[in-house]
Write a protein that binds this ligand. Sequence first.
Ligand code: ATP
Length: 488
Amino acid sequence: MAKTANQAENAQLKDIISHAKEYGFVYPSSEIYDGLQAVYDYGAYGVELKNNLKRLWWETMTRLHGNIVGIDAAIFMHPTTWKASGHVDSFNDPMIDNKDSKKRYRADVLVEEHAAKLENEGKEDEAKALTAALARLLEAEDLAGVRDLIVNTGIACPISGTTNWTDVRQFNLMFSTQVGSVAEDASTIYLRPETAQGIFVNFLNVQKTARMKVPFGIAQIGKAFRNEIVARQFIFRMREFEQMEMQFFVRPGSELEWYKQWAETRMNWHLALGTPAEKLRKHDHEKLAHYANAAMDIEYEFPFGFKEVEGIHSRTDFDLKSHQEFSKKKQQYFDPEINKNYIPYVIETSIGADRLFLLTLCNAFTEEKTEEKSRTYLKFHPAIAPVKAAILPITKKDGLPEKAQEIVEMLKYDFNIIYEDAASIGKRYTRQDLIGTPFCIAVDHQTLEDNTVTIRHRDTTEQERVSISELHGKIAEATSFRRIFEKI
Ligand code: ATP
């Protein structure tokens, strides 16, 4: 029987998940105890890839922009932070349970997924009407209305197939814990659900000590925690994840201009990294968060459809103003150019390191089938590939391993290099393909005579003979972030 498009997509995601596990990228957390839902660990190659992505983002922000600096704020923050930010009162998702399957869903996601299905079936008007109705009901916080919409549209539970739904309830996504060793002294604090607030509460510290003038930005990479109702789709939606956020402080009135500019800059970043334009799209928010006057997502076409990878939000002066009110400390900036005090407006760019990782993996996962052979490889941009080159003596004898080790010694201070001398050369090439190593360097008997080696290129499998003295320059040229930076 022919597979439906949906089944094929799921099969592709399954292949990617098992590849990630088998070749040392991502494992379920505490797997020996059967894992912990929506929590994952990164393996030997996964951590290298993730670090490269984080470093690329960090350097793009802090090196390419003279007016952006970084910070590293703590995960724990004073609990009033989350009162001021609105998270205590409104960081909720609407949840709904199916009484027959006992499965829990996010009510808004159920409707959005149904709308996406309608769109795929060519019923675009119906899909639009459905998402617009959802946006209206959420805006009005009409949870009974959301339930009616689900029931009246006939949206059934994918497990039980029934529309026997409970009421829709709000669920706060923040994790809380206690600080203080004695129960009476203990107070409830939260694991931060976003890194942005660590930037806002440090706005004046950074502005003064790094002597920044508006417009300027503060960038941060760090863990965030959300008790997601439905945790599915691998590392797309996790309960513990990493965010890379940049808050850009601007003069009030100029924010929409900056918003447009950052939306374009961030889209160019994704394109420069090699993500095909047809797999990326912008999606303007219909329902704006309480703090925003404009918001959009950059979406990528994952095997399970177009989904958000990065958010770009014009957050107005909401956060700084609110922190000023709650802390009773002025959060103003004196602008010498116009001789005025004001609370800056903020443009935020916010991307999940793990979602970017999944995008990168999906994008790189390549299966080639010809009549003679099939090949699977990860086509990472060389600048972010976990391993840059594998040094492979073709036999374990005749002094070839020693010669290969000399090459390792020459390259290892600047590049992540693997040395391998077991198994046939073909098998070793295959293994490097599976972890996405762009260059395999074979050391053979000719190497001993004329100091040349063979470079085998991952994407084409073509081989070229080069002298050892050229290796460093060639790898440096191909793997430099500069090649990405120049395209942004
Ligand atoms: P979603 O609608 O998918 O829940 P969101 O709009 O709540 O996401 P933001 O609060 O804007 O997301 O967070 C910014 C970015 O952080 C997202 O674009 C995404 O890349 C990442 N992110 C958010 N939640 C998660 C999560 N549970 N797991 C992994 N990454 C996440």
